[in-house]
Design a protein around this ligand. Structure first.
Ligand code: DAT
Ligand code: MG
Length: 142
């Protein structure tokens, strides 16, 4: 068995709606381990690093604005294939299209805003996970 780590964020909409515990509960119920957890309001600098791949896209500024609008819970989870596994738990980016049973499908909706508020972030590859964990938890070696 190999262990793999992923960076999960419960976004400000999830925090405001009191869904942090629900998200953590689904991660634990799936069988992944919590390695690190922090509640913080992200700086624009951290978000610019985190979302560098989206710079210049129409939703980029609204995304950074939204993500810095209040507390998030940053979590490192661990388990075999946990990157893909959490993406599956999270569901599709657009909460209207996310399958029922997924976090975004069960708990999210489209609010008609410039950016989709979809409750969670999850790393999309081992390379992204290592990069993102270094941003949110600099003391954790990957
Ligand atoms: P994901 O979070 O599913 O990995 P992503 O990395 O492509 O999706 O985009 C980051 C976030 O930006 C996403 O969670 C919600 C928002 N977003 C992405 N595409 C969007 C779009 N076309 N319109 C509005 N918001 C979008
Ligand atoms: Mg992404």
């Amino acid at each position: 068995m190999t262990t793999e780590r992923s960076l999960v964020l419960v976004k400000p909409d999830g925090f405001r709606r009191g869904l942090t515990g629900e998200v953590l509960s689904r991660i634990e119920a799936k069988g992944y381990t919590l390695v690190a957890l922090d509640v913080l309001t992200p700086t624009r600098e951290a978000l610019a690093a985190h979302y560098a791949e989206h710079e210049g896209k129409p939703f980029y500024e609204p995304l950074v604005e939204f993500m810095s609008s209040g507390p998030v819970t940053a979590v490192v989870i661990e388990g075999h294939d946990s990157i893909k596994g959490f993406r599956s738990l999270a569901g599709a980016t657009n909460p209207t299209e996310a399958a029922p049973g997924s976090i975004r499908g069960d708990l999210g909706r489209d609010w008609g805003l410039k950016v989709q508020e979809n409750i969670v972030h999850g790393s999309d590859s081992p390379k992204s996970a290592a990069r993102e964990i270094a941003i949110w938890f600099p003391h954790l070696g990957s």
